[in-house]
Ligand binder design. Structure first.
Ligand SMILES: Cc1ncc(C[n+]2csc(CCOP(=O)(O)OP(=O)(O)O)c2C)c(N)n1
Ligand code: SF4
Ligand SMILES: [Mg+2]
Length: 443
């Protein structure tokens, strides 16, 4: 055993459940193709089958029922070199059928192993999309009146490039799984098996019944299709090379400044209303950090409505790579409207006297933090709804020592559109004026 960790066995399944047999076959198949555990990702669906991941010494991901296909596709699209496989029940294939057919249609190179025991095992033996006609389950006690899905036919109709059907008892199951793992494209393997807790006792169904069922319904076992076709995530990269793909990741302006932030994080919440250019001001702020060689993250939150409601951005800086963009307790809050206040009220309660709030005068607030105010009614400042957050950022840089304000000014100077550049420059100058007036900056 190389991929299933023997120290964690036995598996947690009911006595006789063939889920374990299939997991062992997956282990052997990975071994046969020489999969690198560090480059292998197991995505497990929900159900008894979903208990599999903790037994494997590979990367694992466990999410919502029927959505394992989508998570796996995401992983594969981001990292085409990884060996990504899904373990899913017949229940998951029904619930996530739409995702399954589209992953197949696109030929995204994930390998889907369906543990097909003809019922929902984990929740107590309810019928699924593969429960045979007349099959008894706890939700079809008089026999299933529906006709079952043949999952392989579904995969074939969806243009899957590799399709196979086996039973958990087949000696060559691991060989067929190995062929699937070698296949450079989408692979679907339907493994017919037994749920000893529910489907077996309710239907007096045994291994021999499974064999009879296969024979009487004319189901073919083995590899049903193996077609060579460009795998989607690779094809996508050829069709749309990275250098032509638009990047939403902001860059610095090329100007170089030295950061004052030498360790840890500096986190700022920027809160205002839709239409106040909060998000673009936050991006400019982040770019100022990049100019100083800092790492920066930005998270935005606003309702789906347009021009109404709150707009909140969170910016985090660090001299080190940032692995988590969330902010629990910010160092500073920039607050320019009542909408913003409503959203960040709880965050404000966490501030201490070491933290800073920069707010417009019209926003009422009691806080332990040190407060600086911007008077938007002062016409000499040249501030409006659309540049007051830019001024708040400038003021924060004048009253703290995160980074030189000039790094932010360089970002403003590089704004291509003249009108927006001027608006931001007015905000920067207003910030400097307020800083001088509150004697945090020498004239
Ligand atoms: C969207 C959704 N619907 C229902 C459930 C409840 N649920 C949990 S496990 C399960 C049955 C799983 O059956 P299957 O996928 O066949 O796996 P098995 O337990 O048979 O291995 C269900 C319905 C859920 N978790 N999520
Ligand atoms: S309920 Fe069925 S599928 Fe789940 S562990 Fe028991 S036998 Fe296996
Ligand atoms: Mg099942």
């Amino acid at each position: 055993m190389k991929y299933v960790n023997p120290d964690r066995k036995p598996y947690p399944f009911c006595p006789g459940c063939t889920h374990g047999t299939i997991l062992d076959a997956i282990n052997d198949a990975l071994d046969k193709v020489g999969a690198d555990p560090k480059r292998t990702v197991l995505v497990s669906d929900i159900g008894c089958v979903g208990l599999a991941d903790k037994y494997f010494d590979v990367h694992t991901f466990h999410g919502l029922h029927g959505r394992s296909f989508t998570y796996a596709c995401g992983v594969k699209l981001a990292n085409p070199e990884l060996q990504v496989f899904v373990v899913v029940g017949d229940g998951g294939c029904g619930i996530g059928g739409h995702h399954l057919i589209n992953a197949a249609r696109r030929n995204i190179g994930i390998k889907v192993v369906c543990f097909n025991n003809f019922n929902f095992g984990m929740t107590g033996g309810e019928h699924s999309v593969t429960t045979p006609n007349l099959g008894k389950t706890h939700t079809t006690p008089e026999g299933n009146i529906e006709r079952p899905f043949d999952l392989c036919s579904l995969a074939l109709a969806s243009n899957a490039t590799f399709v196979a059907r086996k039973t958990a008892f087949d000696k060559d199951l691991s060989d067929i799984l190995a062929e699937a793992f070698k296949h450079d494209g989408f692979a679907f393997i339907d493994v017919l098996e037994l749920c000893t807790a529910y489907f077996m006792p309710l239907n007096e169904f045994k291994k021999s019944s499974l064999e009879k069922m296969i024979e009487s319904s004319g189901l073919k076992l083995g590899i049903l299709k193996d077609e060579k076709l460009t795998e989607y995530s690779k094809g996508l990269r050829t069709a749309w090379p990275a250098e032509r793909a638009p990047s939403k990741i902001p860059k610095g302006t090329g100007a170089k400044f030295k950061p004052n932030l030498k360790e840890g994080y500096y986190s700022v919440v920027l809160a205002g209303s839709a239409g106040m250019k909060i998000v673009s001001a936050a991006t400019n702020f982040a770019r100022a950090g990049l100019n100083c060689g800092l790492y920066a993250t930005q998270q935005d939150d606003y309702p789906v409505t347009v021009q109404t409601g709150h707009s909140v951005s969170e910016i985090k800086f660090s001299p080190h790579p940032i692995h988590y963009a969330g902010i629990e307790e910010p160092n500073a809050v920039l607050l320019v409207s009542g909408d913003g206040l409503r959203v960040v009220k709880k965050t404000l309660d966490k501030l201490t006297d070491k933290d800073i709030v920069i707010k417009t005068k019209d926003v009422p607030l009691e806080t332990k933090a040190k407060v600086y105010e911007i008077d938007t009614a002062d016409r000499t400042l040249g501030l409006s709804k659309s540049n007051v957050m830019a001024a708040a950022i400038g003021l924060l840089l004048f009253v703290t020592e995160i980074m030189p304000p000039a790094s932010y000014k360089a970002v403003i100077e590089a704004i291509p559109k003249e009108k927006i550049r001027d608006e931001n420059m007015r905000a920067y100058e207003a910030a400097e004026k307020i800083a001088v007036a509150t004697s945090v900056r020498e004239k």
